[in-house]
Design a protein around this ligand. Structure first.
Ligand SMILES: [Zn+2]
Length: 333
C-alpha cells in the first residue's frame, strides 16, 4: 500500500477517553479478513510480504514426557514469541498465531507492526500456570511486563491465553475468551465480565437497529465485539503506544474492542458509534478523520443523544489537535 494510504488510515484511528470509544473501521461490504489489511495503527510501513503467507511454525507437537506437558509447550511458545519480538521477525511471530481466525491474525499482525514502532524494554512474559483442557486446547495464565518509552513507564498485566493444537503445531488462539452470539454480533469476553457481556448483547442489538435505520446500510456479516476486564488489557491488545488508558478501539479488519465495565446506558451509543465506523470505513477506508468521525457522530451517536451535536459540545477543537493516531473525542457521559 502507498504510504499516503497508511497515513490516511492511521488518521482514522480514533479513541475516546471518557466514554466512548474508538473507532475504526473495518470494511463491511467486503470480507475484510481475506484481504491483506495495512497496519492501520502505525505509521510504520507495512510488511511487504503477504500476511497470509504464514511460515511453517516450529512448535512442539510431541506428546510424551515432561517436555510435552502443558507448561512446557506454553513456555516454548512464549520463548519463541519473545525471540521473534526481539529479532523484529514478523513472520516468525505470526507463525505462532492461529491463522484460521482471520480477524485475530490481522490483529496480531497489526499489533506487531505497532510494537516495532514502539519503544519498549525488558519485555517479558512469564508462564504462571498452564493446563490442558482437552487434547487440543491449553489455557495458560501469563504475566506480561515491560517498560514503555523513554520514561520507562511500568506496564504489567496478567491474563489467560488459549492455545490450540493444529496440524502445524500449537498456536496462540487469543485470550481465553468466552463468547455469546446475538442476531448481529459475536460478543467475546473475559470470564470475569460475563454480567457486562450479557448487557452488551442486549444493548448492541439496539445499536444495530438504530444504525441500520439512520445510515441505511448494514454489515454483511456478524460483528465481533471483544470485551476486556480492564483498560490496561485493552491497551495491550490494541496500540501500546497510547500514553493513556481508553475505553474502546477498532481498526480496519479487526474486531471492535471495548472496556467491559461500563454503565449500561453508554453501551448502545458506543456500539452504534463503532458500528458506524465499521460500515462507513468499509465503503472507503481512506476517509479523513474529521469526515469519518463526523459521519459516525451524525449517524451513530446523534440518534442516542438528540439535538445538535456541535452545540452540545460533544467534541472540542482541542480534541482534533491531537496526533492523527490518537484523536480523542470527549463525549458527554
Ligand atoms: Zn469515532
Amino acid at each position: 500500500m502507498p504510504a499516503s494510504y497508511k497515513i490516511a488510515t492511521a488518521a482514522m484511528m480514533i479513541l475516546t477517553l471518557t466514554g466512548c470509544a474508538v473507532a475504526v473501521l473495518s470494511p463491511t461490504p467486503m470480507p475484510p479478513t481475506v484481504t491483506p489489511v495495512p497496519p492501520t495503527g502505525t505509521p510504520t510501513p507495512v510488511a511487504a510480504s503477504s500476511p497470509t503467507a504464514v511460515s511453517q511454525p516450529s512448535l512442539p507437537t510431541k506428546e510424551k514426557g515432561d517436555a510435552d506437558s502443558a507448561e512446557a509447550i506454553v513456555k516454548e511458545l512464549v520463548a519463541t514469541k519473545l525471540e521473534a519480538m526481539k529479532a523484529k521477525d514478523i513472520q516468525r511471530y505470526l507463525a505462532l498465531i492461529n491463522e484460521t481466525d482471520k480477524e485475530y491474525y490481522t490483529e496480531q499482525r497489526n499489533w506487531f507492526l505497532i510494537y516495532q514502532d514502539a519503544v519498549t524494554s525488558d519485555f517479558t512474559i512469564e508462564v504462571i500456570k498452564a493446563e490442558k483442557i482437552n487434547d487440543t486446547t491449553i489455557v495458560a495464565s501469563l504475566y506480561q511486563h515491560y517498560l514503555y518509552g523513554p520514561e520507562k513507564a511500568d506496564r504489567r498485566v496478567t491474563y489467560e491465553e488459549r492455545f490450540i493444537k493444529t496440524p502445524n503445531g500449537w498456536k496462540d488462539a487469543d485470550l481465553n475468551f468466552k463468547a455469546k452470539e446475538t442476531p448481529h454480533f459475536v460478543v467475546k469476553y473475559q470470564g470475569e465480565v460475563e454480567a457486562n457481556a450479557v448487557q452488551v448483547c442486549e444493548e448492541a442489538e439496539k445499536a444495530y437497529v438504530s444504525v441500520v435505520k439512520e445510515l441505511g446500510l448494514e454489515p454483511h456479516d456478524k460483528t465481533t465485539l471483544k470485551l476486556f476486564a480492564d483498560q490496561e488489557m485493552l491497551r495491550q491488545n490494541t496500540d501500546i503506544r497510547v500514553a493513556y488508558l481508553f475505553n474502546g478501539w477498532a481498526e480496519d479488519g479487526e474486531s471492535i474492542k471495548m472496556y467491559a465495565r461500563r454503565e449500561r446506558a453508554t453501551i448502545a451509543p458506543l456500539t452504534a458509534h463503532e458500528l458506524t465506523h465499521k460500515i462507513t470505513l468499509g465503503i472507503s477506508d481512506s476517509l479523513n478523520s474529521w469526515l469519518a468521525e463526523g459521519l459516525v457522530i451524525y449517524f451513530g451517536s446523534r440518534p442516542f443523544r438528540g439535538g445538535n451535536v456541535l452545540l452540545e459540545l460533544w467534541t472540542t477543537i482541542t480534541s482534533w489537535r491531537r496526533p492523527p493516531s490518537s484523536i480523542a473525542l470527549w463525549l458527554a457521559p
